[in-house]
Structures are given as C-alpha cells and as structure tokens.
Design a binder for this molecule. Sequence first.
Ligand code: ASP
Length: 425
Amino acid sequence: MQAFFVAINPNLSYKLCMKVMKFGGTSMATAQSIKAVANIIKKTEECVIVVSAPGKRFDGDEKITDLLYDCYKTYLELGRCDVRFKEVIRRFEELSLALGVNSLGPLLTDIKNEINGGKSIGYVVSRGEFLIAKLLAEYAGVEFVDAIGLIKFDGSGKIDYETTRSRVNKRLRGLGVCIVPGFYGVLPNGIIRTFSRGGSDITGSLIAASLDAEVYENWTDVDGIYFANPLLSKSNKIISKLSYEEMRLLSLMGAYVLHHDSIAPAVQASIPVKIKNTFNPCSDGSVISNIGANETVCGIAIKENLCLWEYGDSEFIRDYLASRQFVMPLPSGQRQFVITEMANAEEIDEIISTKSGVSAKKISVITAVGENIKKSACLVTKRILDCVSDLEFLVYDGALGLYVGVNPDNAVELYQKICASLEFN
Ligand code: ASP
C-alpha cells in the first residue's frame, strides 16, 4: 500500500473569518424583540454580538440611557439616585421575568450602590449596555465579554486603536459567539468613558475593523437604507448596495442613515457594512462597501433649515462663515455663495443690516446622490428641471452629488416630485 504524507507548515495559522453584528436599542427594548435577536444569533458561528441599551418601546417611552443620565443628575442633586433608578430596575426586572433570566438582581443592587457612592458619569450611563449584554448572554447561553477589557482610550480620551486591536484579537478570536456591550471603553486610569450618543455603532465597527471581519452587520428596525425619506415621500424603495462615499454624502445632506463617523473604522478597513432588520430578518438589507450603486441616482436626501449666504467680495462674511459649520461645498461660478446651518434670525438681520453686499435667506437643499450620475448628469439635471420651476441654484459637484437649492415653503412638495421622477432610473 502506498502511503501519502501531507506536509503541514506549523507557521501557517488558520485565520477564522469572523462576523460582527450590532443590535440597536429598538432590537433590545422588549422581551419579544430580544427573542427575535436570540433567534438570529442562534444561526451564527464565529460572531461577536454588540448591543445597545434598550431603547423606547413606544412613543413617549424613555430610553434606558436617558434614564441613566437622569439617575446621575438625581444623584448630584439629592445625594442618592434611588427615585430614578427604580425605573431602571423595573425595566430590567420586567425583561428578566419574561425571559426567565435570573442573574440581574444582585447586579442592579450593586450598580445602585455604586452610583450612590459617587461613581463617574461614564460608569453610570454605560450600565444600560452592560446589563442588557449580561441578560442576552444568559438568555442565549453564550459568553459575555466586557468592553472594558477590549475598547481602550488614551490619556486624552481618543481611541487607542493599537491596544484595542490587540486586546480584541487576543480575547475574541476563536471564542465562537459572544456578547459585548457597546458604547463604552476604558481610560488608562481605569475610569469608564463613553462614546458620543449612538456610540454602540462605533464599538461594533471598531471590533469589526480590529478582527478584519468579513462583514459588519448593523441590525435595526428598518429594511435598509431608503432611496428617499419615507416620512416625506411615497417611495419605499431600499437601496440594495451603495458605496461608502454615497452613504457619506446622503447622511451629510440629511438622509437618516448611519452616520459616516460611526462606521469610520470599518470603512478604513474596507469592511462591508450591512444594514439589516431584526423584525424582518429575511429581507436582504443594504450593503455599504467600496462598490457603488447600480442605479444612476442611488438616493435623494433633503436638508431643511439651512441658510444661503451671498457675499460678493465681503471679507467680513468670509471670516464669519469660517466660524460656522459648512453644509455643502462651495460651488464655483459668478455667484459667491455658501450654505450653512441656519443661524438665528436676529443674528442674520444684524449682519445683513450692518455689512454691505451681504444677503442671507432660509433655504432647503435637495441632493441627488450616485456615483453613476457622472455618466448622465445632463439627463438627471433635465429631469430635475422638469420638476422644479423656480430654484435658487442647481450645482453638480462633478462627482456624485447634484444639489438643488429651493424655497423652504415648497421644498417637501418639490422633493416628492423629484423622488417620483428619479426613483426608477
Ligand atoms: N445607548 C447609547 C445611546 O442611547 C448608545 C447607543 O445606543 O448606541 O446613545
């Protein structure tokens, strides 16, 4: 009999392809939604699950993180947080009871005592993510890994990417499925620091980048990124794929999508970001990657409450505008104008009455976005002009944005017309 020998190089390490899934506040808000999350993660193998604190269950409800900010304030005012913390306890007890989880009781008592003992604000407001991650880990029967052992900030409060990357790889690789609370990490002195609000997206994206994950899935309560704002337009079309740049411009110009900064680590590492719906897991969702949309126009955003400044060659206004936040790039041409966020009306009145050559007016900007616009900019422009008769300006940036400035009084109506005209292109 012939023998076969296979030479195995001991230096070749097998690198597991991992996935990171982040579930937002609405996915963690009720026992029913947590069951839906557990069903989704049951089907995964090598996967890190990042969670936000429970969000609102209905209109007028309070997010757990808001309650915790209030607990901290109450502690500062009264020396104890109990009157507000009662509500946090009630929410977690309700969830625990409905899901048959019984480890949270002592943790809730410890946390209340820590807050009353003067713990930092970062500690207090991060407890929503901590507790819900503990609850989900027990309910789903998977390991809990605290973010304080993973996400590191440097002494000035900036993310320490290198240490984070190394800790994440050491602790999470090969672990199978585990749950990590989003929104916080730790400073070199051991004190907990949180990201800005909505920061669990950053945690997810940071872990995905550290692990070179095959995909970063962001699970929320919509089917993906909409072609148009569903609250303003009849369109309910979902963009199936779009590039990081297309998403960045849509969010900059007013679309309600993931904020570009919140996924920056994943973007830098070229990791595809997928938006999925916890309540409709079979829908395909939207994929954001280096590959742009197939359509000419992939989405249309609207941004209201802006100010259009025309300033001729006034030096003053240039300095003034430099101190304000620009919303869109300066179009070139004979007209010298810029768009900023709206200043208050008195401020504007004072500037235009004292500075000659300066005018300002309220404006809304509708932006058609798509990398393919450059192939048919004339056609898209014509379609828009067919919808809008009196516009303030129409500027194409030569790349992926076509900006239309319109009077705020009929902006929504024009937006609807433009969306209907460009939805199937
Ligand atoms: N719970 C935090 C907030 O409400 C962070 C997050 O949800 O991402 O901002």
